[in-house]
Design a protein around this ligand. Structure first.
Ligand code: F6P
Length: 325
């Protein structure tokens, strides 16, 4: 018989992402609707170990759906990789009568969730990261807001870049993945999109292209560089030296993780949060909520973690075809 869950714990873990609050709110309110108590765990797995746990009610998640960041705070917890620490965390869950847990975060957080599930705490994962680098899902909480924040900044950089007839390198986040760079590169009409998955370190090609574009009368040259390649400042210096054209680098950084979540992030996160609470109520465990081909589904956590994901080759080819001058 499926385990009957009486109390659900919810935590956010890893890098924060706009929309996490909407997911927390949905977990809390759906659980309460289903007659299940909810406890908020502060600062991810680190807060769980420190027993930073508080009772949540409907009111405790009022007025947060429109707020960036996470009201539960977040942390990365290296210690949680150790089995003894995981056992201690499972005991703490039992002590606080938490028999179901929703973990909102990325792959590292899901590995933590899997360990707790194996120690008897039913767990469900919700993909939350601006990087879109979780293999089992086409959507992760925060990506949509992050690319819109980045594109807003890139459009502004483009104005000043044109006025000064400069080359501008804009570095966007994404850790090792190029999703944010690809989307922002296409959306900004950038002259160059540098993706870690495809980077060949051929700076001479970039330089030749800038010179060619300038000869044809192009007044600015926007290069979107992914964090996974990095080195934007030194790259700018080399490009300026080789082309004779003033070149500036802007690293957008953590601004991409903040701000009001987009409508899409609020709605998708709400659906994922509600589904997580429903799965726990049904007695399910070790599942990851995902969005694929227009549907919200769930995967076995083991299968989800074993999946691989790569930038769609076709979109990369299309993005290159769009850069013509
Ligand atoms: O995973 C989200 C992310 O913002 C990545 O894009 C980036 O590499 C990393 O987190 C930065 O982490 P921190 O905030 O710990 O510097």
């Amino acid at each position: 018989m499926a385990k009957k869950i009486k109390t659900i714990g919810v935590l956010t873990s890893g890098g924060d992402a706009p929309g996490m609050n909407a997911a927390v709110r949905a977990v809390v309110r759906t659980s309460i609707t289903e007659g299940i108590r909810v406890k908020g765990i502060m600062r991810g797995f680190a807060g769980l170990l420190d027993e930073e746990i508080k009772e949540m009610d409907s009111f405790s998640v009022a007025d947060i759906i429109n707020r960036g960041g996470t009201i539960l705070y977040t942390a990365r917890c290296k210690a949680f990789m150790e089995e003894s620490v995981q056992r201690q965390a499972a005991e703490i869950c039992r002590k606080h009568e938490i028999d179901g847990l929703v973990v909102i975060g990325g792959d590292g957080s899901f590995r933590g969730a899997r360990s707790l599930a194996r120690l008897g705490i039913n767990t469900i994962g919700i993909p939350g990261t601006i990087d879109l680098d979780i293999a089992c899902t086409d959507y992760t909480i925060g990506f949509d807001t992050a690319i819109n924040t980045a594109i807003d900044a890139i459009d502004k950089i483009r104005d000043t870049s044109t006025s000064h007839e400069r080359v501008s390198i804009v570095e966007v986040m994404g850790r090792h993945a190029g999703y944010i760079a690809l989307w922002c590169g296409i959306a900004s009409g950038a002259e160059e999109i540098l993706l870690p998955e495809y980077y060949d370190h051929d700076e001479q090609r970039i330089i030749d292209k800038i010179i060619e574009h300038r000869k044809k009368g192009k007044r600015h040259h926007i290069i979107i560089n992914a964090e996974g390649i990095g080195h934007s400042v030194s790259m700018a210096a080399r490009i300026e030296a080789a082309t004779g054209i003033e070149t500036r680098a802007t690293i957008l950084g953590h601004m991409q993780r903040g701000g009001m979540p987009s409508c899409k992030d609020r709605v998708y996160a709400s659906i994922m949060g509600a589904k997580a609470a429903h799965l726990l109520k049904e007695g399910k465990s070790e599942r990851i909520i995902a969005y694929q081909h227009g549907e919200f589904i769930d995967y076995d956590i083991e299968d989800a973690l074993a999946m691989e994901k790569s930038l769609p080759e076709e979109y990369v080819a299309i993005s290159r075809g769009l850069i013509r001058f």
